[in-house]
Design a protein around this ligand. Structure first.
Ligand SMILES: [Mg+2]
Length: 332
């Protein structure tokens, strides 16, 4: 296919590829004797809007969300395969932009990993399917089921920034009919570049997952749906409870204290940290007697009670607000 000839030269197959694109399949080194594999599907409409995202950002985010899933197992990402179905009217420059985003996202977030193959087809809806592979390098995989009572809960990455960016896009970059509007999105980018990019092209600390695994993390996942919902996933799988520390949630997350400046700012920041998804930071538990590796920040501890979620020792639902529902992601 002629288009492939324009896209493949924009991609790197990475240092783990023993054989890159061009044959019937690629060959990827797996030094560990095992490999981690995960896949993710991005569909125009439910998962992204071309009025908001550039093709470069689509490629970047497709890489980022798969890389964090690999890293959340404690594995080093090695290779991606990417399948794209696009409407026949799609410009080749759009596909080139996606390829550029994939390449640059890999280079920044998982140096050494590359794109070793893929496929192109036609569809009425632009769809990007990414499958990612990773190497545990001899480490045990870090599962969701390994947290123990007494462990420390720690997080690496941003907390709530992607959700704030999405809330801003919905509030300020949609037309009268509620549809995403490219001109309004461009204006919003000028005003709030950090939060918009946190949503459209997140820069999660992929490497932190590998550091956590090497430092003895007992459980881990990447935060796609907010600390409360994803914390519950670990808590239920591990049959333990999670007690978050509101002061710690308020203090860090790379987002500083000045972003939300109104009377209930602290409550709002904690609420955002607990409920805001798509930052793809690493949520992990560590033994209490060990070192917590940078860039992880301690945000709570593991308690008894399967699936129980607490904030400062009090049941989150009993506190009168429920981070899972009744809040639409908007701030202030
Ligand atoms: Mg995940």
């Amino acid at each position: 296919m002629a288009v492939l000839g324009r896209i493949l030269p924009r991609l790197e197959s990475g240092e783990h590829a023993l054989l890159g694109p061009g044959d019937d399949a690629a060959l990827v080194a797996a030094s560990d004797g095992r490999f981690v594999v995960t896949t993710d599907l991005l569909v125009h409409g439910p998962d992204f809007r071309l009025a908001w995202s550039t093709p470069f950002e689509l490629g970047w985010k497709a890489a980022a969300t798969n890389l964090t899933d690999v890293a959340a197992m404690g594995a080093r990402p090695t290779a991606l395969v990417v399948a794209i179905a696009a409407p026949p009217s799609t410009r080749v420059s759009t596909l080139e932009g996606i390829a550029d985003g994939l390449r640059e996202g890999l280079a920044e977030l998982a140096p050494g990993a590359g794109v070793v193959g893929g496929d192109l087809s036609a569809s009425s809806v632009l769809t990007i399917a990414v499958t990612a592979f990773g190497d545990l390098e001899g480490r045990a995989p870090v599962l969701r089921s390994g947290a123990r009572v007494g462990d420390v809960i720690a997080h690496a990455g941003r907390r709530g920034a992607a959700a704030r960016g999405l809330a801003l896009l919905f509030a300020e970059a949609t037309d009268a009919a509620g549809e995403p509007d490219a001109a309004l999105a461009a204006a919003l980018r000028e005003r709030e570049p950090d939060l918009v990019l946190a949503q459209l092209a997140p820069r999660p600390p992929v490497w932190a997952g590998i550091v956590a695994a090497a430092s003895g993390a007992t459980s881990m996942l990447d935060v796609s749906d907010g600390l409360a919902r994803d914390g519950r996933r670990i808590a239920e799988a591990s049959r333990v409870g999670f007690d978050f520390d509101s002061a710690a949630l308020d203090a860090g997350g790379e987002d500083g204290r000045a972003e939300v400046a109104h009377a209930d700012a602290a409550v709002e920041r904690v609420r955002l940290a607990l409920s805001g998804g798509e930052d793809h930071g690493m949520l992990a538990t560590f033994p209490a007697d060990g070192d917590i590796p940078a860039p992880f920040e301690v945000i709570g501890h593991v308690v008894e009670g399967p699936g129980r979620m607490l904030l400062d020792g009090r049941d989150i639902r009993a506190e009168g607000w429920d981070p899972y529902s009744g809040w639409d992601g908007r701030v202030g």
